[in-house]
Design a protein around this ligand. Structure first.
Ligand SMILES: *Cc1c(COP(=O)(O)O)cnc(C)c1O
Length: 379
């Protein structure tokens, strides 16, 4: 079979019995919405991440949205985030009526640069212009750092800025479930964290899914209410405006099966990444993993000045690649109303022209790894 970028079929072969048994049990009970698997999964996820509470939900995007709703973020609020991320991170800021304020990235980790974050917060606070058409009189309220490709953002540096300006920190851990930063697991940073169980993420289900993690009981109660139409103590009492954002019980069954092998998969990802980096570093800019970090390797991304030729050569040999992300968010049409221009975030703008990702999943065989490396190192 052709080489896969992320091989979900091979993983399924591994867990088939457990997945089928657990899914059949859900169907036998016909408890499809908020069935007993949901709280069991939530307890396991909280335990794994070292957080007090977990609320599962319908997607990573909903996890971000529910977090902003819980903190009453809305019109007039500035929410800072990296320009180098998936659209969902910034989309939810606009959805609640707040204004995204983009920040350039660190050259080595590709994550939000905490020094530049402070500069952008100061600009908003002092009312100095970000762009000619930028909304005026915004109040700095929150920051959404993203753990890009599975590597945690620098939370010590970000928390210092957040503390100075009283910002709410929401960790976008969509790609980093399983990552470690200075002894603590991803999903445990900030006031709350959002992850995604989209099938291709490090912990994926068989459809859409997500979760929010937090240590505050009050926040837990609000997010659980928001997830089901803002319900109060009684099902048909509504105390706030919410959404229908529940995770399916069938997806919880899949995730419970996958959790059993998750730590093994993390180890396999580490060995593949170590091999890639050791050999590819002579010709490519390979990922930087600072001391005290463990990446989930949601993507293994490298830089090269002649990306196009390299990708073509790989394709010719049957090796799939992907570009995450070809355009920084400040230059996306969806955010044209903010008036950002090319040249405003030079590091992200340079990286998007050179970066590409090669196959990375726990079931990538030794001979496949060797073949990919061979093709990349030729010439
Ligand atoms: C995948 C992803 C999301 C959104 O998750 P969905 O489950 O697809 O809604 C948000 N942020 C980042 C960084 C992502 O990679």
């Amino acid at each position: 079979m052709a080489m896969q970028f992320i091989d979900l079929k091979k993983q399924y072969e591994f867990i088939k019995d457990s997945v089928q048994k657990r899914m059949a049990a859900v169907i036998d009970q016909t408890h499809f919405i908020l069935g007993p698997e949901i709280p069991i999964l939530e307890r396991k996820l909280a335990e794994y991440t070292g957080t007090s509470y977990c609320v599962t939900c319908a997607s990573g995007t909903d996890a971000l949205l529910l977090s902003l709703l819980a903190k009453d973020i809305g019109p007039g609020d500035a929410v800072f985030t990296t320009t180098f991320t998936f659209i969902a991170t910034a989309e939810v800021i606009s959805l609640v009526g707040a204004t995204p304020v983009f920040v350039d990235i660190d050259r080595k980790t590709y994550n939000i640069d905490a020094y530049k974050l402070r500069d952008e917060v100061l600009k908003v606070k002092e009312g100095s212009s970000i762009t000619a058409s930028f909304p005026k009189n915004l109040v700095p309220k929150a920051v959404i750092p993203v753990d890009l490709f599975g590597l945690c953002a620098d939370y010590d540096a970000i928390d210092a800025v957040a503390k100075e300006f009283g910002l709410f920190v929401l960790e976008d851990a969509a790609q980093s479930f399983g990552a470690i930063y200075k002894g603590k697991k991803a999903c445990s940073f900030g006031e709350c964290a959002a992850t995604s169980f989209f099938p291709a993420k490090p912990l994926g289900c068989y459809g859409d899914g997500g979760a929010i993690f937090m240590n505050s009981r009050a926040m837990f109660d609000i997010i659980r209410s928001l997830r089901v139409h803002g319900q109060g103590a009684d099902k048909y009492e509504n105390v706030r405006i919410g959404i229908n954002g529940r995770l399916d019980t069938l997806q919880a069954a899949v995730l419970l099966a996958k959790l059993e092998i998750f730590e093994n998969e993390m180890q396999w990802r580490q060995s593949i990444a170590a091999k890639y980096s050791a050999q590819l570093k002579i010709k490519f800019v390979v990922p930087t993993v600072p001391e005290g970090y463990r990446s989930t390797w949601a993507q293994y991304s490298i830089l090269n000045d002649s990306r196009k030729e390299v990708i073509t050569r790989l394709k010719y040999k049957g090796v799939p690649t992907a570009i995450y992300y070809p355009k920084p968010l400040h230059l996306q049409n969806a955010f044209a109303f903010l008036g950002y221009e090319k040249g405003q975030f030079p590091v992200a703008e340079e990286v998007v022209d050179k970066i590409f990702s090669i196959p990375m999943h726990p079931y990538l065989e030794e001979r496949e790894q060797d073949m990919i490396i061979d093709v990349l190192l030729k010439d």
